[in-house]
Structure formats: C-alpha cells, structure tokens
Design a protein around this ligand. Structure first.
Ligand SMILES: [Zn+2]
Length: 319
C-alpha cells in the first residue's frame, strides 16, 4: 500500500542529502523515579520497586543488544536519580554510542511549578548525569512531557540545543525561548500515540487502563505511523520506557518495527541530537508560542466533569 503524503506544512524541513524523512527511537529510563516523585511511600512497596528496576537492570542491556544488532543509535532520557542509582547502566548506554539526555532529577511533577524550583531540578539532574558518566546533555524531555511557559529560557540559560516535550507538530522546528529573547531552541515534537505508556503500562494502584495491549496491535499502530511520517517527509519519534517495552515479547515487536523503519527508502534513523543539529543548521524560521490568556466570559470556571455530565443527563431523563 502506498501511503498518501500529508506533510506538516507549518514546519517545513528538508533532510540531509539522500534522505526523505527521519525517525528516532527514544527511551525514557524512568526506573523508580516516576513512582517516588508522585508518592514517596512507593518505596515501601518492594514488588513495585522491582517492576521499575527491571528497566535499568534487565531491559536496558537487552535493548542495547537489539539496537546494536539493528545498527541504530538511540536517545536515552535519564532522570538524575536513575543516573545516581544505576551509573553503570548509564555508562553502558554511552559506551554503546547512544545519546544520553536530561529528564529531570526525580521525574518531578511539573505542572504549576515556578521557574526557580524548575531551575533546581534542572541543575540537580545535570550534576547527576555529569557525575555518573561525564555526560553534558544537549537535549531535554520534561517529565510527563509537561513543559512550562518559562522552561525554554531555563534550558537556553544552560546551553541546551533542543527539547522534545511539545505536541504541536510532525516535524522539528525552531522556537523563540521567550517573547523578546533572541535565543531559540529546537523542538522535536512527540505524540501520545507513539508512547508505550498508553499501550502497555499497568501497575495496580499506580497507573494504567487495565489493558496491556498485544504487541502485534502495537506493532501495527506504530508501523502505520512510521509509514505516514515517511510518506509525508516528517519525523517519527517513538518514546519507550525500558521497564515497559524491554519485556520479552514487547522487545521482539520493537525490534521488528526497527527493522521495518530502517529499511524504508531514504529514512534517516538517528538520535534526536543529530536531528536537532540538522534543524538548527538548515531551518531559518523561528516560531513563537503565544501563551493563552483566558477570555473573560460568563461561563469560564464552570464545573464540567464526567460525573457532572452524568448527573445532568440523568436529570434530563427524569423530566
Ligand atoms: Zn519519563
């Protein structure tokens, strides 16, 4: 089947000589941090901690083997706490020729935090990556992909090249870090359909829909996404968590996907750092993100929850 081409016309880009689209396999090595940051009591749950430590202990070595066999360089986003807990794992990632990038210190919840607090998380994460493996990251992905309006300027202050947490494009672009600020960052957008969390994540009392999807279905979903990006000349960015997608059958499906993607004609499979460098050197347009101001309107602030809707519907039914 030939995919029709529907390019992202808001973010035009041309790829290096001989390439027609780009793809990157990224791994967020959250391990225990994403559970502890939301509830420190989680550390009391031995089984939950092992579910998370499976990532750096078992899954990362397996994924590194797969990446090596597929001759793919990937990007690993590593929270500082993971780097402190598993420095050998981080060094193995670096030794494998992969990119290590920043993913917070303890995978902190980012909604509503002020710039000074966020700066502390960033600096503590930087220190941990430097200490564990001498890494000076150029890329950042906010925990839960939750960037704040002040985040980009903090990243530019620290010399970052790119972010990969926003959801408003199919291709990378440059954006101004703040109104009136001449500095810019590269954004490499992501998509919840290309995150293994939504497909497979389940742990009682912690997360998940209760459905652990079949890797066959996930392989089909992600293959179609990759084919559509390939046809459109845009950028396929897959986000996987080792403690989820590094489990046996999911890892097998992921390797099949890698094989399919790297043999797509003219597909540039590389790290986000390489894609960001290419974007900065070849794209001249600088986008800006305008912060939304809530319009003054009588109905803003109305309570509109599923429970409220159900209640309204049953009231109507009683009339
Ligand atoms: Zn994460």
């Amino acid at each position: 089947m030939n995919m029709p081409a529907f390019p992202d016309s808001a973010h035009p880009i041309s790829w290096p000589e001989g390439k027609q689209a780009a793809a990157s396999f990224t791994f967020d090595v959250d391990a225990e941090s994403c559970t502890i940051a939301h509830d420190p009591q989680c550390t009391r749950r031995m089984s939950l901690m092992t579910h998370q430590s499976y990532g750096p202990k078992v899954a990362v070595p397996r994924l590194l083997q797969i990446l090596d066999r597929q001759d793919i360089r990937a990007t690993f986003f590593v929270p500082g706490f993971t780097a402190e807990s598993y420095p050998d794992t981080v060094r193995r990632i670096v030794d494998g020729g992969h990119e290590v990038a920043h993913h917070g210190y303890l995978h902190e919840p980012m909604q509503g935090i002020d710039a000074a607090t966020e700066a502390r998380y960033l600096d503590r994460g930087l220190e941990a990556l430097a200490k564990a493996a001498g890494v000076e990251p150029v890329g950042y992905r906010a925990p839960w992909w939750e960037l704040n309006w002040h985040s980009a300027a903090l990243l530019a202050d620290r010399g970052f090249l790119y972010d990969s947490s926003l959801l408003d494009g199919d291709a990378p672009y440059r954006f101004s870090v703040a109104p009136g600020d001449s500095r810019d960052l590269v954004e490499i957008p992501v998509d919840w359909a290309l995150d293994d969390w939504e497909q497979y994540a389940f742990y009682p009392g912690v997360t998940g829909s209760g459905v652990i999807e079949s890797p066959v279905k996930v392989l089909e979903l992600w293959t179609l996404e990759a084919e559509a990006h390939h046809a459109a000349g845009s950028c396929f960015v897959l986000t996987n968590h080792p403690f989820i997608s590094g489990r046996p059958s999911k890892a097998v499906a992921l390797e099949r996907l890698m094989e399919r993607v790297r043999f797509m004609d003219g597909m540039w499979v590389t790290t986000l750092e390489q894609i960001a460098e290419h974007t900065r050197s070849s794209v001249t347009e600088i986008h800006s993100h305008a912060r939304i101001e809530v319009p003054s309107f009588p109905d803003t602030g109305a309570v509109f929850t599923p429970a409220a809707v159900r209640e309204g519907v049953s009231r109507l039914a009683q009339r």
